[in-house]
Write a protein that binds this ligand. Structure first.
Ligand code: MN
Length: 133
């Protein structure tokens, strides 16, 4: 319990997602709940921004151009500078194999798409220990 109001800036989340509509939806609900959002639309920029900004958490769409979300997660988890940042994978296929893949890549959490904005917010808050209710 931080004692902060929901409108205080509570954390920074890096959102790696190539779909602009999804970026807008997730950004809106996170920002509305006091979470700063940094966006990347591909794997290379996601890795770069993670290293530059050291966000509190990363939401990683696994299906992104260039370096995909699985590989980007492996790279970030293999770099001691970024290995401690929790990564939640967003994947369009709710297959058991994707859950295994998420664990193998080093993801800390997993949300099957389509992910309702509220579900994304809840998982981000839970993982950051921000649930005040
Ligand atoms: Mn995608």
């Amino acid at each position: 319990m931080s004692g902060k109001s929901p409108n205080d800036l509570r954390a920074t989340v890096l959102l790696v997602e190539d779909n602009p509509d999804n970026r807008g939806i997730y950004r809106t609900i996170l920002e509305h709940n006091g979470i700063e959002v940094v966006e990347a639309e591909d794997g290379e920029n996601g890795i770069r921004l993670a290293r530059e900004q050291l966000p509190d958490l990363i939401l990683m769409d696994v299906s992104i151009p260039g370096i995909d979300g699985w590989e980007a997660t492996r790279i970030l988890k293999g770099d001691e500078k970024t290995s401690g940042i929790p990564i939640i994978a967003l994947t369009a296929h709710a297959l058991p194999s994707d859950r295994e893949r998420a664990a193998e890549a080093g993801c800390d959490g997993y949300i099957p798409k389509p992910a309702l904005p509220r579900a994304v917010l809840r998982e981000v808050e839970r993982m950051l220990g921000l649930t005040g209710d």
